[in-house]
Design a protein around this ligand. Structure first.
Ligand code: HEM
Length: 391
């Protein structure tokens, strides 16, 4: 998409058809709009449904999660979720997961056995984050296979190829799995309310800060949000990451020797190949002037994060992958009040995953370059990434 983005940036505010979105693709314009209170994320302000891969379709019957709410509701729910995710109540939640993440990664790598060709998506990147979210929420180990069996059809149902036909078998399976998962999570949440443990479901049900607890329905929406927003995004960051490192093998070699480089590599990946390319679900709640264009109240705005990240007005030599560039204030996690909630976890997961892969895969080579991609304007990542290895 990157040559197309260079084209797009020539028209800073692109509006192609009556009723269509206003497409914004320059770094500073996107950043400004992400911080602009006149731009709403509230699902209720959207006049037409559209691609929305980071949150659940309304069909779940759950109340909207905080990614689709404006202040003050957004802030209340995010604060409660935060009280389980970091300081002051759970200062070590993410750091404490470091050992756990390392163990999950080691188990997945062990399962590769002595195969000489692997599909990084199916055999590693896909199962990793869903296991992590199970552990975060507090899903008991013995229930993880059941949980994953619901998540698979739900994730498949988010694929835009099948999304426009609610009667398609994929969509029916997704809906059935959403109901099952919802019932399972409701049961687990009630149990945790009675007997809290050290996990996110317990925290959300009991509440620590001045905002109190969430209602059971709000907890369910939040749990599903964490799952949807935190799964395929992380799959894609790991996969885009390995693909990029195989195309720039000197960085793969350096990472193998020095795991300390992983943080810089992951930041540059979030700029260079961000899993979320586009934030499509914003509406302006008053008329807005931008670069000489009046965007009328009620219009839908698309913020092309992937284009902003390659804007030469912001980054020198933007099409070069350079983990040493130092100044990497990318838009890969968004910005402003909706900036990615899971960013510290996503960073840690990807740093650990890429470091372990760099060490474990002996003489890795891409079998197909470019690999097959998912057809999706919002989430960018290969459907499969086949890698040949010596051992
Ligand atoms: C929001 C990207 C991983 C939870 C966002 C947004 C982006 C993003 C761009 C902003 C959406 C908007 O402005 O409307 C990513 C990427 C990830 C990742 C690239 C992985 C590499 C995760 C993980 C979790 C998570 C692991 C949870 C465990 C969330 C939530 C929001 C969000 C809850 C909504 C925040 C709010 O509305 O206040 N993410 N995300 N994300 N993300 Fe992530």
């Amino acid at each position: 998409p990157y040559p197309l983005y260079a084209e797009l940036r020539r028209t800073p505010v692109l509006h192609e058809e009556e009723g269509g979105p206003y497409v914004v693709s320059s770094y500073y314009d996107i950043l400004g709009l992400l911080h602009d209170p006149r731009i709403s994320s509230d699902a209720g302000n959207l006049t037409a449904p559209g691609a929305d891969e980071l949150s659940e379709p309304e069909a779940t019957g759950l109340p909207p999660s905080f990614i689709r709410l404006d202040p003050p509701e957004h802030d209340r729910l995010r604060r409660i979720a935060n009280s389980s995710f970091g300081p002051p109540h759970r200062p070590h939640r993410i750091d404490d997961m470091r050992g756990e993440l390392g163990r999950i990664v080691a188990e997945l790598l062990d399962e590769l056995g002595d195969e000489r060709e692997i599909d990084l998506v199916d055999q590693f990147a896909y199962p990793f984050p869903v296991t992590v979210i199970c552990r975060l929420l507090g899903v008991p180990r013995e229930d993880e296979p059941r949980f994953r069996a619901w998540v698979d059809p739900i994730v498949a149902g988010l694929d835009p190829d099948s999304r426009n036909d609610p009667g398609a078998p994929v969509q029916r399976a997704a809906q059935e799995a959403r109901v099952q998962l919802g019932m399972y999570l409701a049961g687990l949440a009630e149990q945790r309310a009675k007997e809290p443990r050290d996990d996110m479901l317990s925290d959300l049900m009991s509440g620590h800060g001045p905002d109190g607890a969430m209602s059971t329905m709000e907890v369910l929406s939040t749990a599903v949000l964490l799952l949807i927003a935190g799964h395929e995004t992380t799959v894609n960051l790991i996969t885009n990451g390995m693909l990029t490192l195989l195309r720039y093998p000197e960085h793969l070699r350096r990472l193998r020797e020095d795991p300390g480089l992983s943080a810089g590599i992951v930041e540059e990946l979030l700029r260079y190949e961000p899993p979320v390319q586009l934030v499509p679900s914003r509406t302006c709640i008053t008329d807005i002037e931008l670069r000489g264009v009046t965007i009328p109240k009620g219009s839908r705005i698309w913020l092309v994060l992937g284009a902003g990240n390659r804007d030469p007005e912001r980054f020198t030599d933007p099409d070069r992958f350079d983990p040493d560039r130092g100044d990497i204030q990318h838009l890969g996690f968004g910005s402003g009040i909706h900036v990615c909630f899971g960013a510290p976890l996503a960073r840690l997961e990807t740093q650990i995953a890429l470091t372990a892969l760099a060490r474990r895969l002996d003489n890795p080579r891409l079998v197909e370059d470019p690999p097959p991609y998912r057809q999706n304007a919002v989430l960018r990542g290969p459907r499969h990434l086949n890698i040949a290895i010596d051992g």
